[in-house]
Design a protein around this ligand. Structure first.
Ligand SMILES: [Zn+2]
Ligand SMILES: [Zn+2]
Length: 804
């Protein structure tokens, strides 16, 4: 890749030597040392192919200037299909040169037809900006590539619409700006030859289902100008990319999946932080993740057990990062929470500065919520080699192609094997050997993984899941489509056939759409308000009171956790204390201060049943579908001494609760039935919690949803149900249709859940059965065998009820 080729820092030690040095610090190497497994991913020689005959000389020369002498076979395979007018998805590893696969046919077409246009979509503005640079650098005449997003000055927009032939944007801008304003885009749409969908694996779950309809709306607008553009998609390695791409576009898509780019070997180490002698250091700086990724389970999911006996994964990652940087290795550390990324960077800087004053300046944090200019500066510094170490939240947030790194550290399992490989794939530049280290967090899931490497290395990556027929997505999207142009019966085929017909009828009944002889009309003033990402409002600005300077932003969902009054907020290693969180103006006022404590927000989650839509009374067991209110409140925060982790005090907070009205499926079991099945009262919470996790894990098998779209809560006694209960709810306001599907097929869903647990070969529970990568309770308590008993009781009762 181009930018990787510009990396010029002196190489650090070879991976095996680097790993030896990293182990040396922990006194490792002995049995029971921190490295539990080393996987060797062998080097692969690249396979080139001749340039396609249709590729114009001018373009070959442009790529040659960028360092591409001969393309890889997979690039040519995808480009040939696209140039022949076939929809194609190129699903290969990080840094395998996917962009050439779509740039070649798209630019060749723009050269051959001086009027043709191309629309490029990336999930983030940063990625689109990076792609803009790459296309502009090719210098193909008459293409006039331009980004069109929320940051594009008004004055430039009209020019772009009329004159750019390669427009780069994101699904949000397509949805909110381009499609509603399609009249202004008619010249562009009339000539649209290709639609490039980059990083298409990020369009999953409810967001992915929305984007699927945004693309159908785009296809409809193009069709009104008699255009049927070719879709070229690029994906990270994922299970069944052709199927996912077909769902996303609504078109038959062919997949190119064999990666023929060369890569150096990867040494992949699984690392378990050492046990510590009982001392306060064991509980040093560690805290729960941002709430966004956790499911509120029973109890306090902000709790940090003081009994932790392993070294914190954050501290371990920071030490590995500083050792790697000290060795001259260009290293990226992935940390799951934003605050964790700041902490890792800060700790690494401090220890580097202690060793060699000034060396700390070569490490920085990089995360969402930074301002655009700041991110660009960091990206430039890393490319130039000025920075050697970066602690970052996740791969998608990285704007530039940062594939040119020598080592990647992962602080905690990122949740899926697909993300694990995407992150590890950032290591290895120009065919050089690279090192990846997964540092286990002290929870059962990570612990299990570092001791069961076969669960990580012997299995295919997960498929990308989305469901465009989800009525909760389809209805609002049909309103958007109707607002752009009245819907005709032919349009309904495009939007999903029978599901779209049913959705339109429901919209007419509810008064959202109006039926006329010529079609279905949106007759309201204003446009339908549909949020693709469901982020719930404007980001909260973090402002330094004394200067009025905007430091960054925080997502509204996590603002109560991160910038409550009194919170210590880290920004690029500088510490601030929050004076005031103004929820009305979505603004947190802070002042610079470096206290010797950190703050840890504690929250309480509860769920109440608002209404029951449908239920099955099966004697000792009840199965329900209904609306629930999930309430979350950040109630207090702890101040903990930096270094020792000693809790100084707990201070109350006066923040409003936040409610999610959504749809849930739940079952209840009488305590008597549980006792009869041999589940001791003390074991009921663990049994229900384990059943809840497994049920959430199995739902994607039967409901085409994504585990990250669903929340759960289990409790041995619930005020509304007056019984031991397991709730599974849609994590989106108003529901997303998943709980409803689960209710409809409860018996087969819970049977699959029961079998998955019972058939798992593990002793007490593992990620394949009852552990969850996003548990807010640290996967505790969990009762694997008791969960089978609970589900047997439920299934027997349901069978008896239906007589099958
Ligand atoms: Zn298991
Ligand atoms: Zn849980």
């Amino acid at each position: 890749m181009t930018s990787a080729a510009t990396v010029t820092a002196a190489p650090g030690p070879e991976p095996a030597e680097l790993l030896r040095r990293l182990r040396a610090r922990t006194g490792g190497g002995a049995a029971g040392g921190p490295v539990t497994h080393v996987e060797r991913v062998p080097a692969r020689a690249g396979t080139t192919a001749p340039w396609p005959r249709w590729a114009p000389e001018e373009l070959r020369a442009a790529f040659a200037r960028r360092g591409v002498i001969a393309p890889w076979q997979h690039q040519v395979a995808a480009a040939d299909l696209a140039y022949a007018g076939r929809h194609v998805v190129l699903a290969t590893g990080t840094a395998s040169g996917k962009s050439l696969g779509y740039q070649l046919p798209a630019l060749a077409t723009l050269l051959a037809d001086p009027r043709a246009t191309v629309l490029y979509l990336a999930p983030t503005k940063a990625l689109a900006a990076d792609q803009l640079r790459a296309v502009a650098e090719l210098g193909v005449e008459g293409v006039r590539p331009a980004s069109y997003d929320g940051d594009t000055p008004r004055a430039e927009r009209e020019w772009i619409r009329q004159h750019s032939r390669f427009v780069l944007t994101n699904p949000d801008m397509l949805h909110h700006g381009i499609l509603p304003g399609h009249a202004g885009w008619s010249t562009f749409l009339r000539r649209l030859a290709y639609v490039i969908v980059d990083e298409c694996h990020t369009y999953r779950g409810v967001f992915g289902s929305h984007v699927a309809h945004v693309l159908r709306r785009l296809r409809r607008q193009a069709a009104r100008h008699r255009r049927t553009p070719v879709f070229v998609l690029a994906s990270a390695t994922s299970g069944d990319p052709a199927e996912a791409a077909a769902r996303l576009t609504g078109l038959p898509v062919e997949a190119v999946v064999e990666d023929t780019s060369p890569r150096g070997g990867l040494t992949f180490a699984l690392w378990e932080p050492p046990l510590l002698p009982p001392s306060p250091e064991a509980t040093a700086i560690d805290f729960p993740d941002d709430p966004g990724g956790t499911e509120p389970a029973a109890g306090d999911h902000g709790a940090v057990e003081l009994a932790t006996v392993r070294r914190s994964a954050l501290r371990e990652t920071a030490d590995l990062l500083s050792d790697a940087v000290a060795a001259g290795t260009r290293t990226l550390a992935f940390v799951r929470s934003r605050r964790g990324a700041e902490v890792v960077a800060t700790m690494a800087r401090r220890s580097l500065d202690e060793a060699v004053p000034g060396l700390g300046a070569r490490v920085a944090a990089y995360r969402a919520g930074y301002l655009r200019e700041e991110r660009r500066t960091l990206e430039r510094s890393l490319l130039s080699g000025e920075l050697l170490g970066l602690a970052s939240t996740n791969a998608l947030e990285l704007g530039v192609d940062l594939a040119g790194l020598d080592a990647v550290l992962m602080c905690g399992y990122p949740g899926t094997r697909a993300s694990l490989w995407q992150q590890a794939g950032r290591a290895g530049r120009s065919g050089r050997e690279a090192l990846a280290v997964l540092v286990a967090r002290d929870d059962p899931l990570d612990t299990y993984l570092v001791h069961h490497p076969e669960a990580l290395f012997g299995r295919p990556v997960e498929a990308t899941v989305l469901d465009p027929t989800n009525p909760y997505v389809l209805g609002p999207q049909l309103c958007c489509a109707a607002a752009e142009a009245p819907l005709t019966p032919a349009d309904l085929d495009l939007f999903g056939g029978p599901a779209a017909v049913a959705a339109v009828e429901a919209l007419v009944t509810s008064g959202a759409l109006r039926r006329r002889p010529t079609g279905w009309y949106w007759t309201h003033s204003g446009r339908p308000e549909v949020d693709l990402r469901g982020t719930g409002g404007a980001p909260v600005c973090v402002v330094e009171s004394s200067t009025g300077r905007l430091l960054g932003t925080v997502d509204p969902e996590s603002s109560h956790f991160q910038v409550h009054p009194g919170a210590v907020y880290l920004h690029q290693g500088v510490s601030y204390v929050v004076d005031e969180l103004d929820l009305e103006d979505a603004c947190a006022l802070v002042h610079a201060e470096e206290p010797d404590w950190t703050t840890h927000a504690r929250d309480v989650t509860s769920l109440s049943v608002a209404s029951v839509r449908s239920y099955v009374d099966a004697g000792p067991v009840g199965l329900f579908l209904g609306e629930v209110d999930v309430t979350n409140q950040v109630v207090s925060y702890q101040r903990r001494r930096i270094g020792s982790g000693e809790v100084l005090d707990t201070r109350p907070l006066d923040l409003p609760t936040r409610e999610l009205r959504t749809v849930a499926v739940w079952f209840t079991v009488s305590p008597q039935a549980l006792a009869a099945a041999g589940v001791e009262p003390a074991d009921v919470p663990g049994a229900l919690h384990a059943a809840e996790h497994a049920a959430i894990g199995l739902l994607p098998l039967v409901a085409t949803c994504d585990r990250w779209d669903i929340g759960g809560l289990s409790t041995a006694a619930h005020a509304d149900t007056e019984a031991p209960t397991v709730f599974v709810y849609d994590g989106h306001p108003g529901g997303a249709g998943f709980a409803e599907r689960a209710y409809g097929i409860a018996a087969s869903w819970l049977q699959a859940t029961r079998d998955a647990i019972a058939e798992c070969g593990c002793e007490t529970g593992c990620p394949s059965c009852v552990q969850s990568p996003k548990c807010g309770n640290g996967n505790n308590p969990l009762g694997k065998n008791d969960a089978v008993k609970v589900l047997d009781v439920v299934l027997a009762a349901l069978r008896e009820k239906t007589g099958s």
